[in-house]
Design a protein around this ligand. Structure first.
Ligand SMILES: *Cc1c(COP(=O)(O)O)cnc(C)c1O
Length: 225
């Protein structure tokens, strides 16, 4: 049941925050609704979720139109690969974009955005051939080149860990992204405060929290039967 799943995830978040001596409110839970229908999405919003994540343009637009926020406003996160030709359909409908990984995409966002867009740079920390994202080494130069796009605000870095990584490897990969985030943040760039870390999914979010995640993206653990 969704409310019971949410209760369990919330407990794990609290335990991980305690373990890492972090405040609970330093971590935001994004409910990834990509495999859930509008009804299940509404149910989790009614249960208290205020951040939703989607990775497909059509499904996102349909869901956004059919669900209602409750006590608090709802934030929408686009967490998937976004084709340039679809940027104009979604970019002004979302609160955060988690998958910026090319200058061509940045240029398209700049062209279509009607206000500043909060973006995460997606980093392929483990250098997996199957994954989107730039390599860790490319991050400083890539961010430097984004300075010309005044409609793009780099709020942080995002990663997906390999699904077969060991606990030790997960700690190391998340830690590497944290170090890069701190390196960029230390530059105090007005267009790239880079204070956030979007990392951690159903299988690894407790470890991501221990390593400094500020947004975790959780689907299966919330919506499983
Ligand atoms: C699907 C997805 C998630 C959530 O994955 P779960 O394992 O279901 O929690 C998180 N981030 C991205 C980018 C995704 O595509």
């Amino acid at each position: 049941m969704i409310s019971e799943n949410l209760r369990q995830v919330e407990q794990e978040i609290q335990d991980s925050c305690a373990l890492a001596s972090r405040q609970r409110n330093s971590v935001q839970l994004i409910a990834v609704t990509k495999a859930s229908d509008a009804r299940a999405t509404q149910a989790i919003i009614d249960a208290g979720i205020t951040h939703c994540g989607e990775n497909r343009v059509d499904a996102f637009l349909a869901k956004k139109a059919s669900v209602e926020a409750r006590e608090q406003p709802l934030s929408w996160h686009f967490i998937g690969n976004l084709q340039r030709r679809k940027v104009k359909q979604v970019i002004n409908e979302i609160d955060y974009f988690h998958a910026l990984d090319s200058l061509r995409l940045a240029a398209e966002i700049q062209k279509r955005a009607e206000h500043t867009i909060a973006c995460f740079v997606e980093v392929n920390v483990a250098k997996e051939a199957s994954k989107q994202g730039i390599s860790l080494e490319e991050v400083p130069d890539f961010i430097a080149q984004l300075a010309v796009y005044d409609r793009i605000q780099i709020v942080g870095l995002m990663m997906m860990a390999p699904i077969d990584a060991t606990v030790e490897q997960l700690h190391e990969l998340f830690h590497q992204l944290k170090q890069m985030q701190e390196q960029i943040a230390a530059q105090e760039l007005s267009y790239a405060p880079c204070v956030e870390l979007s990392m951690g999914m159903s299988n690894d979010y407790p470890i991501a929290i221990e390593e400094g995640a500020t947004f975790i993206r959780v689907g299966t653990a919330l919506f499983k039967a």
